[in-house]
Design a protein around this ligand. Structure first.
Ligand SMILES: [Zn+2]
Length: 269
């Protein structure tokens, strides 16, 4: 066998093996044949959803001394200092936002969200929703939800009606819009008493496990009361949670929440 002949034969053998190999990959083994709909175009692949970083489980407020700090009427210039205070102490709170302020300070709304706080609805113009018409209520709530969504990407599930003023009509609309109503158990009247020491005293005296504390981040005197309130309550074993966490997840739309009853596993009102 001369050289070129050998090369040709080897080449032919290699080719045969290659062709056989290629054919065998095209021919599925018995039992592996899957029916294929030939006429239909392939469905577009769903876009992969961004995976959020894993969150630690929320505190179990049926066992712990939970308290929810809530701040109304902002955001305003003083909100930035409050966010620093909360971040330094790793405390999360709930902000009931006035829609027109969200439109003025979208950066602060975004910071609230990025800080892990809960963002909630407090009407667009701080309106008395309990006395408002259906059209007015819907307008106030829809505009606020939209302003908050635009600023932070979040659509709130909680509403605090300004002045705590509610009605059957508001209840129906909030149920339809997926909003639970949140009132409060501790009110230091900080809008009236622009006095840091007074606000500290009033809050610290009144807090019990499961309570919701109402303050206003638009008042610098209230913002300055927060460090001492947090430090004292933390020393007493309190755990700071958002309002939704206080009630064990997502509060029921249309329902009214004032405080968590101790030992209540579901956190129903
Ligand atoms: Zn208010």
């Amino acid at each position: 066998m001369d050289g070129p002949n050998l090369v040709r034969r080897v080449a032919a053998a290699v080719l045969a093996v290659a062709v056989f190999g290629a054919l065998s990959t095209l021919t599925p083994a018995r039992g592996q044949v899957k029916p294929v709909a030939r006429a239909e175009p392939a469905a577009p692949k769903p876009k992969p959803k961004p995976v959020p970083p894993p969150k630690p489980p929320p505190p179990d407020c049926a066992r712990l001394r939970c308290v929810a700090l809530t701040f109304d009427d902002g955001p305003a210039a003083s909100t930035a200092e409050l966010l620093d205070t909360l971040a330094a102490r790793k405390v999360r709170a709930t902000f009931f936002i006035v829609g027109e302020n969200a439109a003025k300070h979208p950066d602060l709304v975004r910071r609230e969200h990025e800080g892990g706080h809960e963002i909630a609805d407090h009407s667009y113009t701080h309106a008395d929703l309990g006395r408002a018409s259906e059209k007015k209520i819907t307008d106030e709530l829809t505009r606020t939800q939209e302003a908050i969504r635009r600023a932070s990407g979040v659509v709130p599930v909680l509403l605090r009606p300004p002045y705590g003023s509610t009605s059957e009509r508001l209840k129906k609309i909030t149920r339809r819009m997926g909003l639970a109503q949140v009132l409060w158990t501790v009110d230091p009247l900080d809008w009236e008493h622009r006095d840091t020491a007074y606000v500290e005293r009033r809050v610290l005296k009144a807090v019990r496990p499961g309570y919701i504390v109402l303050m206003h981040d638009i008042h610098p005197t209230s913002v300055k009361a927060v460090p001492k309130i947090i430090d004292r309550l933390a020393a007493e074993g309190y755990v700071f949670v958002t309002v939704s966490e206080l009630f064990g997840g997502r509060p029921a739309p249309g329902e009214e929440y004032v405080q968590r009853n101790s030992g209540d596993p579901q956190g129903l009102p």
